[in-house]
Design a protein around this ligand. Structure first.
Ligand code: BGC
Length: 397
């Protein structure tokens, strides 16, 4: 009998121990879930919201990519436009460092290419024409005698298909657009994919890819106007800039490159970090043509398609720094020379000359008419691939 009771006690104890273990396990699971829940809150996420409608009724959405450190990037499906890039300053204060608008009507209206994907050929093509395989192609002359940023209705004015790319230590969006054969005068059906990725190291990366069914020319870039002191905070003349380039492409009066020249001894020498305002009013003929900086630099880089440092932008006031790495051979540095106080931006302030600057990684302007420049020809069977990374940090040690 005693043995029976003892056995019963053993069984009871085992049941209790099992139950206790189960409770402990459940507790651990709940804790893990809570921890994971917390992680989930801090991990990158993608939010989608209505951003109004195009005049033809097409709905526009804004996607916000946010990383674990609270940096965020806003993107709309119209033009693949980057509407905001929010990063902390040296005290942790987050601000939007790109120019933009609050509503879709302003983007559809007179947008000076704020944040857009520029294409099929970003930058200029002289006299709006080029010859490929013996055939001349006529484009729209939408910038004096030249074609600028893909013509009258470039990639910046189309709705892109968006796929959300949730991930572990990064979040992203894949944007796709098919540019039909003959669109804006360019040959070949071109399938374009642009992928925006924001990782937890505060790096915002853009990968471009395209294929065609007829030989064509292509040059894609992202056209954000940066102001590291904050959108709407005044001019960027106090920012300091470094461009990793010994050479640039001087232009004619219509901003078409005339060749390649050394930056040595000119206001175009940004090999050392230099305040942008220091030489912008120098009276240099090239600066007069552009009303400031609006030129392409020939980057010092290996010719192997790797990511190499192109530029570094610093704002001493806020401590914000942005570095740009690219696989591209050139970068257009444009000081917002044509902003003239007629547009009111997303911070509720009007934009005046020099209130933002563009650093557009790309092939050289007018390459289709310069056989000596790196080629922008894409043939069937080939894949166009380029990448650019914007790395944000501060001078806080
Ligand atoms: C060009 C400028 C032009 C601007 C339009 C830049 O990429 O270099 O000349 O005015 O785009 O926003």
């Amino acid at each position: 009998m005693r043995k029976g009771i003892d056995e019963l006690m053993v069984i009871k104890r085992a049941v209790w121990q099992g139950a206790a273990r189960l409770v402990a396990l459940m507790g651990a699971t709940v804790c893990a879930a809570v921890i994971m829940g917390t992680t989930a809150v801090n991990a990158g996420n993608i939010e989608k919201r209505d951003f109004g409608k195009l005049p033809d009724g097409t709905p526009v959405f804004e996607y916000t990519l946010t990383n674990a450190k609270n940096m965020s990037v806003g993107v709309i499906n119209y033009g693949g436009i980057i509407t905001s890039i929010k990063v902390p300053d040296r005290d942790g204060k987050i601000d939007n460092v790109v120019l933009g608008f609050r509503d879709i009507d302003s983007y559809v209206g007179k947008n000076p290419y704020f944040g857009v994907i520029a294409g099929r050929y970003a930058n200029r093509i002289a006299n709006a024409k080029f010859t490929l395989d013996g055939k001349e192609y006529a484009l729209a002359a939408n910038n004096g005698p030249n074609s600028l940023h893909g013509g009258v209705k470039g990639f910046d004015k189309h709705v892109w298909q968006v796929k959300e790319l949730p991930g572990g230590d990064s979040v992203g969006l894949e944007l796709a657009y098919r540019s039909p054969d003959g669109e804006e005068g360019y040959p070949g059906n071109l399938d374009v994919k642009v992928t925006y990725t924001l990782n937890d190291k505060d790096e915002f990366r853009i990968d471009y890819a395209a294929t065609t069914d007829k030989a064509t020319v292509i040059n894609l870039t992202s056209h954000s106007y940066f102001n590291l002191a904050g959108n709407g905070s005044g001019t960027v003349l106090d920012h300091k800039l470094t461009i990793n380039a010994d050479k640039y492409t001087p232009v004619d009066p219509t901003s078409i490159p005339t060749g390649i020249a050394s930056v040595e001894g000119t206001p175009f020498d940004f090999r050392q970090s230099t305040r942008i305002g220091d030489r912008i009013r120098d009276g240099d003929q090239q600066l007069i043509y552009g009303r400031g900086y609006d030129h392409n630099w020939v980057l010092n880089r290996p010719n192997d398609g790797s990511l190499a440092l192109a530029a570094r932008l610093e704002d001493a006031k806020t401590g914000r720094i942005m570095e740009i790495e690219t696989t591209e051979p050139g970068i257009q540095f444009y000081t917002g020379n044509f902003l003239d106080g007629t547009l009111v931006g997303s911070a509720g302030k009007m934009y005046r000359q020099g209130d933002g600057l563009c650093l557009e990684t790309q092939h050289f302007p007018d390459s289709p008419n310069h056989p000596d420049f790196p080629s922008t020809v894409l043939k069937p069977g080939e894949t166009y691939k380029t990448s650019t990374v914007h790395r944000f940090f501060t001078d806080k040690i």
